[in-house]
Design a protein around this ligand. Structure first.
Ligand code: AMP
Ligand code: MN
Ligand code: MN
Ligand code: MN
Length: 282
């Protein structure tokens, strides 16, 4: 039985495990093909690929690109990319620069709300100083005893409408898709069920995603309900988009599901892994 998981984070971005530990976990969970998809950075791919090769796990190079579309933050997975591609690497470097500026603003907001030292605190949790992400702030706030867990920090401080939320301009959708395609990868709209938009806007997003060169939708992912899986499977079939499956695993204690612990893709879907044609995953 194949068990393919194409969305996972290491501590190169906001995950908790190092790339090799993530691969070991995937193997012990009987994952048969695995993509590392850190946010806006490719630094973990070599280590993950080496460990995967050693343990006989099929490995797919991936990335999760932060995008601003209208007023929404979207995540676009680039699957089966060439991690040496200069255009992709430059695009991601640009996104990373913006991250540090945003982190300074978040820390400023939190200080005003009575939480000092948040930039230094978040940086202590960020193994890769190029990627300071909201979960690093959340871990610092939990460590300070100011919240019970990471998800309650998000609810209280880090989401739109709360004190520590800073509006930020990520990459344009067209650029993210272009970089991924140029690097030989497949652009996949990550966790579409998580975006807070009505069905009209979602339809406009999917129209535009297809128009700019998007190729797939993440149909099965950790926080999709059964209804959302059916809805996005239907959208994928209608729009002839490939379907992906990924846990969006971030680490022990922070993710409900471990790598590979997901329902299968609905049978009407065309799996994205068919597009890179490795006979092992057919
Ligand atoms: P950033 O890219 O720095 O804005 O951080 C986004 C990351 O924060 C996502 O990739 C998730 O890992 C995490 N995240 C976003 N919203 C939540 C939430 N409500 N609860 C827990 N983690 C979240
Ligand atoms: Mn994340
Ligand atoms: Mn995401
Ligand atoms: Mn993710």
């Amino acid at each position: 039985m194949q068990n393919i998981d194409l969305h996972n984070h290491s501590r190169v971005s906001d995950g908790l495990l190092e790339p090799s530990a993530l691969i070991e976990l995937a193997v012990s969970n009987r994952v048969t093909a695995f993509a590392l998809t850190d946010h806006d950075d490719l630094e973990g791919l070599d280590e993950a690929a080496q460990t995967a090769r050693r343990l006989g796990l099929e490995f797919i190079n991936g990335v999760e690109v932060s995008v601003t579309w209208r007023q929404h933050t979207l995540h676009i997975l680039g699957l089966n990319i060439d991690p040496t591609h200069a255009g992709l690497r430059e695009g991601l470097a640009g996104i990373r620069e913006g991250r540090m500026e945003r982190a300074e603003k978040i820390a400023h907001e939190l200080a005003q709300a009575g939480i000092p030292g948040a930039l230094e605190g978040a940086l202590r949790f960020a193994h890769n100083p190029r990627i300071v992400a909201r979960p690093h702030f959340a871990r610092y706030i939990v460590e300070q005893g100011l919240a019970r867990d990471v998800s309650s920090v998000f609810r209280r401080f880090l989401v739109k409408g709360k004190v520590g939320y800073v509006q930020h301009q990520w990459a344009p959708l067209q650029s993210a898709v272009d970089w991924i395609l140029a690097a030989g990868g497949i652009p996949v709209l990550a966790h579409p069920g998580r975006y807070t938009m009505g069905s009209t806007t979602m339809n406009e997003l999917l129209d535009e995603f297809v128009r700019v060169g998007g190729r797939g939708i993440e149909v099965v992912t950790c926080n999709h309900t059964r209804e959302q899986v059916e809805y996005f499977a239907d959208q994928a079939v209608r729009r002839q988009l490939l379907a992906s499956r990924g846990s969006d695993y971030h680490g022990p204690g922070e993710s409900r599901l471990q790598p590979g612990q997901l329902p299968p893709l609905p049978p009407q879907c065309m799996p994205v892994w068919h597009a890179w044609g490795n006979p092992l995953t057919h």
